[in-house]
Ligand binder design. Structure first.
Ligand SMILES: Cc1cc2nc3c(=O)[nH]c(=O)nc-3n(C[C@H](O)[C@H](O)[C@H](O)COP(=O)(O)OP(=O)(O)OC[C@H]3O[C@@H](n4cnc5c(N)ncnc54)[C@H](O)[C@@H]3O)c2cc1C
Length: 440
């Protein structure tokens, strides 16, 4: 877990009734509470652990338009504008910095993929430049591999996983939202096919609408109500160094990704590399996830692990509708993969053999919640009025979180959506639509 995460207090009193209950205090749920409160609605934000405790504090925090799937571009544009605006609106630094991102590769195919993204860049007016091999090597030395080229996405940036969510939550609270940590939502109260409340571990809150932003738990949360949401998790590993020599702000190459933090330390990981644990949830949705699995086979280490027995994808989660499962799992905190950790340290050390002060402070694991096409679900639910799902952001929901939240808030309150919600509808997984796997 992220030991540096800022903690804020909860509101003492659970409201009896609000306009909207938001389930899940990650970046998506917290931004949902913020946008809804900003529109003058009454909102209660429920978090079973503490704010940001799962994916949103374990992320690298890249906020980018670069290489986004075309379907996500309107959300990415909206999100970047919202990231820019938070500090001014909230009156506090949420840690977002427009640092630019540097990419280098030795793989002609990867380089060609970046170059072909140019058409999307032009369509959405994204400031991005290809780098020659020599230019890429100025940022990341070629000691391990010989670059064929690179990329500089000028206007992208990074957020601060340890402060973003709690600070945006403070902003939501200043606008009237209430925040309830260690307060799991156990299930929905439903009458005549509509949500009329949320059962929590501290009692019922009546409401007109619910945004389910439960991250890796979202599918499990809606399952007892007959809603089928194909979602499964992969385990990722990342590390944080001690403050060290400045190598640049945000660097990507096939061997590692490094993200500088404001205190001079780096988050280190390897892009796309993950551990896929065989789970009952994975087996349940195996057919839907197969195309993505085949596409990413080389980057994924297949194992058996604890998540077969515990967590959202476990046997107990799939086989029962135990409403207490969320509070029995306050914080999903998987171990980092030691093999990947060793690889990261080796790759960085071989790239900069004379690196001063490169020491690992801590490492962590995290479950990233995915959909079969790696595009989030931001959707109303057929036959269950008042419920909106905003989850399945498939490893890129931190940067997109504000935009996902804005759209979820609009759907929950029947406002005209500011971006086209069609690509994100839940129904695409069950209505015979062809499923095209997006970029991670
Ligand atoms: C190592 C790593 C690197 C990443 N890098 C990037 C990156 O560079 N850029 C990027 O955009 N994305 C990145 N991501 C992905 C990004 O972090 C996630 O997509 C995003 O944080 C998901 O946000 P969320 O709000 O949906 O989920 P979460 O942050 O997981 O929040 C969901 C919350 O809901 C709570 N919850 C669940 N069920 C209930 C319930 N019943 N009652 C109450 N609370 C409940 C959980 O406790 C949890 O806190 C990365 C992820 C990882 C792990």
């Amino acid at each position: 877990m992220n030991p540096a995460i800022k903690r804020i207090a909860s509101d003492e009193k659970l409201p009896e009734a609000v306009d909207v209950v938001v389930v899940g205090g990650g970046i998506i749920g917290t931004c949902s509470a913020y946008v809804l409160a900003k529109r003058g609605l009454s909102v209660a934000l429920l978090e079973k652990g503490y704010l940001g405790c799962e994916q949103s504090s374990r992320t690298w925090g890249w906020c980018r338009k670069q290489n986004r799937d075309r379907r996500e571009m309107p959300l990415a544009m909206l999100s970047m504008d919202m990231w820019d605006a938070f500090a001014g609106e909230i009156g506090k630094d949420v840690g977002f910095r427009r640092t630019g991102l540097i990419y280098a590769t030795d793989n002609e195919k990867e380089l060609a993929g970046w170059a072909s993204w140019r058409s999307v860049a032009e369509e959405f007016n994204v400031d991005t430049h290809m780098l020659t091999a020599a230019q890429a090597a100025e940022f990341i030395p070629e000691n391990r591999r010989q670059w064929v080229g690179g990329l500089h996405s000028v206007a992208d940036g990074r957020g601060a996983p340890e402060i973003a969510v709690p600070t945006i939550a403070e902003g939501a609270r200043a606008l009237g939202a209430t925040i309830h940590q260690e307060c799991a939502a156990r299930g929905l109260d439903i009458a005549n096919g509509r949500v009329i409340g949320v059962e929590t571990e501290r009692g019922l809150i009546r409401c007109d609408a619910v945004v389910c932003a439960g991250g890796a738990w979202a599918s499990r949360f809606v399952k007892p109500h007959g809603v089928v949401f194909p979602q499964a998790s992969v385990r990722q590993t990342a590390m944080r160094t001690r403050p060290m020599e400045n190598l640049g702000e945000v660097l990507y190459c096939p061997d590692f990704a490094m993200t500088r933090r404001d205190d001079g330390s780096y988050t280190v990981a390897i892009s796309g590399r993950a551990t896929l644990e065989v789970t009952p949830q994975g087996i349940r949705y195996f057919r839907q996830f197969l195309p993505q699995f085949i596409q990413r086979l080389k980057a994924v280490q297949l194992t058996a692990g604890k998540s077969f027995f515990t967590g959202p994808d476990s046997l107990g989660s799939v086989m029962t509708n135990d409403p207490l499962i969320f509070e029995k799992n306050r914080v999903l905190d998987p171990d980092p993969n030691p093999r990947l950790m060793k690889e990261m340290v080796r790759n960085v050390s071989e790239t900069w053999p004379d690196l001063a002060g490169f020491e690992i402070d801590h490492a962590w694991g995290a479950f990233v919640d995915c959909t079969p096409d790696a595009i989030p679900v931001i959707s109303k639910v057929d036959k269950l009025g008042g419920l909106v799902i905003a989850a399945g952001s498939s490893g890129h929901g931190f940067g997109l979180g504000p935009g996902i939240a804005a759209l979820a808030g609009e759907l929950a309150t029947n406002e005209q959506p500011s971006v086209d919600a069609t690509p994100f509808r839940l129904q695409r997984f069950g209505d015979g639509s062809s499923i095209e796997v997006g970029a991670i």
